[in-house]
Design a protein around this ligand. Structure first.
Ligand SMILES: Cc1cc2nc3c(=O)[nH]c(=O)nc-3n(C[C@H](O)[C@H](O)[C@H](O)COP(=O)(O)O)c2cc1C
Length: 308
């Protein structure tokens, strides 16, 4: 590993801080013809659930100013087919491989974490807790006590690095972040998409086909919001953070590191260019040399807010 670009997040070591975000890069295999993944930090898989999911009614994607709304609805083949057809290929990727799991009950999350929790070649498990809890109604990621119980159940099911990906659609994200760390998370991913709505006023209809008509907003529009979430959690907890939201350049990555992240995930930018991840990682080390920056890990949380 190159010491200047390598980063460490608790028990997880990465060659550089640039990862692909869940749901925007398949399992990484699809990108191999276009992108040299030996130059990036890693890939996070699309969310896998216990059973196959067909996803929401179309349209599921709608482009908006400075970003996009999606309502995919966690479409995936389910754990058994994923394990048989996709995982073996994913484990051959020349970068860190992180499995993202989602569920409708605490038991679902624990079962999935146990199922994949000792798979050789998987570097970490990321829990997507922005999913509706079928017994409780609200998303798991919006209630601290439930979140802590969920994370503790998964912590007991694996010795691998455990990442909890939080939804930003809450009043105080630091409360949820604290609950996840208390439950046993090693790392927090901040953030998932922001709830949004696109309206076709002539038809008096939402543009997206989800049951509520709502979708998740991602892309450059959310970058300042995500930076604020990272900074708030960093100040409150000083824990390992993966920053996510609107990242499309090396300078975006550096902004997230300075705000408190130790690594980042790139999502929406992959749709415009499947090699964006590699470009960003390459630009990052070029910029590091050109500006004589210290090793990247030293930049984490160095933001100084001048006192009035
Ligand atoms: C089309 C699409 C599908 C997504 N699917 C998932 C998913 O399956 N699991 C998950 O945890 N996040 C999912 N996300 C959220 C992204 O991983 C990421 O948190 C979000 O898009 C913000 O990053 P970005 O602004 O770089 O896109 C999805 C995002 C998009 C745009």
């Amino acid at each position: 590993m190159n010491d200047a670009t390598a980063v460490t997040l608790g028990p997880l070591k990465l060659r550089n801080p640039v990862l692909a975000a869940s749901g925007t890069y398949g399992s990484g295999i699809e990108a191999v013809p276009f992108a040299d993944l030996s130059r990036v930090g890693g890939v996070v898989s699309k969310s896998v659930t216990t059973e196959p999911r067909r996803g929401n009614k179309t349209p599921r994607i709608f482009e908006v100013e400075a970003g996009m709304l999606n309502s995919i609805g966690l479409m995936n083949p389910g754990a058994a087919e994923f394990e048989r057809e996709v995982l073996p290929e994913m484990l051959r990727l020349p970068c860190a491989r992180i499995l993202n799991v989602a569920g409708e009950s605490i038991e679902d999350f624990a079962v999935l974490t146990r199922r994949f929790g000792s798979t050789e070649g998987l570097d970490a498990i990321e829990l997507n807790v922005s999913c509706p809890n079928v017994s409780g109604g609200l998303d798991f990621g919006t209630r601290a006590p439930e979140l802590k119980t969920l994370v503790a159940a998964c912590r007991a099911a694996t010795a691998k690095p455990l990442i909890v990906k939080l939804t930003p659609n809450v009043t105080d994200i630091t409360e949820l972040a604290r609950a996840a760390i208390e439950g046993g998370a090693d790392i927090l991913s901040l953030v998932n998409t922001y709830q949004g709505l696109a309206v076709d006023w002539r038809r008096r209809r939402p543009e997206l086909g989800s049951p509520s008509g709502m979708g998740g907003l991602s892309g450059p529009a959310i970058k300042p919001l995500a930076l604020a979430a990272v900074q708030r959690v960093w100040r409150a907890l000083r824990c390992p953070i993966i920053g996510i939201g609107g990242i499309s350049s090396a300078t975006d990555v550096l902004e997230f590191l300075v705000a408190g992240a130790s690594a980042v995930q790139v999502g929406t930018a992959n749709f415009a260019d499947p090699a964006a991840l590699v470009r960003i990682a390459d630009e990052l080390s070029q910029l590091q040399r050109a500006e004589s920056l210290p090793p990247l890990w030293e930049l984490t949380g160095t933001l100084e807010v001048p006192r009035p």
